[in-house]
Ligand binder design. Structure first.
Ligand code: PLP
Length: 377
């Protein structure tokens, strides 16, 4: 690939942070299995335990509550497939929650969302209190922030309700990690999922947080690693990189206003050039890094290709598995008009985003807007 590229797709994956890269490289140079009792093993174990502390700090939990996994998909699956009798989820959840919930034998209730992208809290309460089939071991799963719209979900409200009724709550905090403060206790959650690559760590590593004293069947059986919760020799280099990224992301929480000012400038510029553009979810509390903008009359896939040719990486809808393009179930649940939903592109910023990135995006947007004007002239 030649020429300067502008990367604005952090919700799909974030660029590797320098500290995470260094940690991965250092870990790769160490010899030893973290389960071995000899000197080499203990040195590697120390890396894993340091990373556990770093990830725990990001999630506002104790290190003993962190279980390393191969990513958030595994973390979500481990919780959702935890032998529940009934599961209540928001229809706007990521597929890594929806697919295992739909595949399992539990009674499943999927609740809707309003047009701003907020999950229907009353429907969650109704399902838990009034649905006669929602009984026994019940799990509620509500993400902290949506990967497409960036809309922050009312997890603490649902958490207070779940605690009051003795129900377990899981929150997929993949998009919230490093963008807003996470505090498991304040959220009232029992389980929380994180992914390394969304916060500037390496891919293929994540964590499920299991609150002390809460029972969750082991995700994998074998050698009994991760306190018997997830067997398998640890991905030490990945975990070390995840830990370093978590520490950097936590320190970077202070720069959230820098990122949200960039995002606001981008949206102001778009509105000035194309007043017909729709900023999806703007009526709700959103992550400061995410902008989902629809240009009615355009297909998102075509816009993504135009931007790509102009040197910019953005995505259409929820395309976080490569090449995945299709109708967004999130926008569908929100009840967006098909013409608006079809033209929605997601721009997401992060730790390395700059004013120059916004300038480049707005220049490319102007090209699209000018072409539209010429077409109707
Ligand atoms: N949950 C959400 C909200 C996501 O955005 C993603 C990203 O793809 C995942 C889960 C899956 O994470 P991972 O890529 O670590 O499996």
């Amino acid at each position: 690939m030649s020429g300067r590229r502008t990367y604005l797709d952090y919700n799909a994956t974030a660029p590797l942070r320098p500290a995470a890269r260094d940690a991965v490289v250092c870990a790769l140079d160490l010899l030893g299995n973290p389960s071995s009792v000899h000197n080499e093993g203990r040195a590697v174990r120390r890396l894993v335990e340091d990373a556990r502390e770093q990830v725990a700090a990001l999630a506002g939990v104790k290190p003993s509550e962190v279980v390393f996994t191969s990513g958030a998909t595994e973390a979500n699956n481990a919780v959702v497939r935890g032998g529940w009798d009934a599961i209540v989820v928001a229809g706007i959840e990521h597929d890594a929650v929806l697919a295992p919930a739909r595949a399992g034998g539990a009674r499943l209730v999927e609740v809707g969302a309003d047009s701003a992208g907020r999950a229907d809290v009353h429907a969650i309460a109704d399902a838990v209190l009034c649905d006669p089939e929602v009984r026994g071991r019940v799990l509620v799963s509500l993400q902290m922030a949506n990967n497409e719209t960036g809309v922050i979900q009312p997890v603490a409200e649902v958490g207070a309700f779940c605690r009051a009724h003795g129900i377990c709550l899981h929150t997929d905090a993949v998009q919230a990690g490093g963008r807003i403060q996470i505090d498991l206790e304040a959220l009232g959650a029992d389980f929380l999922s994180l992914s390394s690559h969304k916060i500037g760590g390496p891919m293929g590593v994540g964590a499920v947080i299991v609150r002390d004293g809460v029972n969750l069947p082991a995700a994998l059986l074998g050698g009994g690693q991760e306190r018997r919760r997830r067997s398998g020799t640890e991905n030490v280099a990945g975990i070390a990189g995840f830990g370093a990224a978590a520490e950097a992301a936590l320190a970077d929480l202070d720069s959230a206003t820098r990122i949200s000012s960039l995002r606001d400038r981008l949206e102001d510029g778009v509105r000035a050039m194309t007043p017909q553009a729709v900023v999806i979810g703007e009526a709700a509390d959103r992550l400061g890094n995410t902008s989902l903008i629809a240009l009615p009359g355009h297909a998102a896939e075509t816009l993504v290709i135009k931007f790509d040719l102009a040197g910019l990486a953005v995505s259409a809808g929820s395309a976080c598995s490569s090449g995945k393009v299709g109708a967004s179930h999130v926008l569908d649940v929100m009840g967006l008009a098909p013409d608006v939903a079809r033209g929605a592109i997601r721009i997401s910023l992060g730790w390395a985003s700059s004013e120059a990135d916004i300038d480049t995006f707005l220049t490319a947007w102007r090209m699209v807007a000018d072409a539209d004007r010429r077409a109707v002239a």
